[in-house]
Design a protein around this ligand. Sequence first.
Ligand SMILES: [Zn+2]
Length: 409
Amino acid sequence: MTLSWKRPVTLVNGRIVTADGEADSLRFGTDIIAIGERPHAGDGVIDVDGAFVLPGLINAHEHLELNHYGALPTGGPYRNASEWIDAMRPRLRADGAIRANSRFPLADRLFIGGLKNLLAGVTLVAHHNPPYPGLARVVPVRVLQPYAWAHSFALEGHPVGAGGEPGPRVAQTCHRAGENVPFFVHAAEGIDRAAEAEIDRLDAAGCLRATTVLVHGVAMTDVGWRRASSTGTSLVWCPQSNRALFGATIPVRAFLDTPGDAWRRLCLGTDSRLTGARDLLEELRVAQAMTAVTAEELLRMVTSSAADVLRTRRSGRRGRGAPADLTMIPASAADAASSLVSTRRSEVRAVIVGGTPMVADPRVGSLFPARRTAASPIRVDGIEKLANAALVRRMARCPIAEPGVTCGS
Ligand SMILES: [Zn+2]
């Protein structure tokens, strides 16, 4: 036995959401060992008092380094993303606060983007921008890798990364990605004919295919979605960002009801806080308020469908052998999905990544000693929490503050 040895933990008296229903216990180390099995001798046993235990949530669209700017007044509505980018350009040069925020070290910016997600129960993020060196190391949640990406047709060859990295060529990058790596691109981001025409352009370039993940698709028609989804192309929906820029979003009901299994290829993302909601939990509420979509459909969009769209083999999966990426939420409604859409980040009971508790409500604070993990107090939106001590040290060192979060009790 070494000091790094961590005994398994069994969560009991819980409502563990599985592919086939609910179980009352879950046993895990770094991976999920068993569901619905009694604790073994020597296990840490944590009574979760009827809380729902979900697979860690997946945020399918994020720009990790941009969240610390906060929500910038967009000045919209616009007809397409190019109009917004053109309107932003002079402000990027003239606005003192924006310039100051652009000078923080990239590692700190990425860390804050990760912290935003972690606090909202997200354990896997699809980052859309260059895979910066050390990205996975500085972000406190999992970052999807490998991935291929282009910003958009409009920003091919234009600076898009934090260091001015140019936007990759759409068609070339899509085809180089191969058969198993997802390729992400902002597309049909707008409400005019120019935005809609991007779907034809992708089609003509052979880019509507099973590995392609379109982001936004606001201008896409039912017919466009039927065509795209029939090729296996997926779509990430970012309702708050769409509303902020265009005052409109996708006809999500029609997209979900498209004959066949197109619904499996639709998932949810926050985009960055420049235009998106504060976090994925808020985004779920925006989604429900804007459109006729059920809580169950939303839950799928941030768990199983997202795992399929992102082509993850282990993360985002439920059941034995999957990483113990878990999000625990109070049972505020009869079912997990309805509870999730009413949960705020201060109410999240625990977030566990690879079996390591990262943030937890003090009532399940025994998770930390049970997994041999040091914890320190923090406050999230005024509510006392315990957080992984290494995470708290990193927060204390970070020159960027996460609004609403303080270290110490
Ligand atoms: Zn985006």
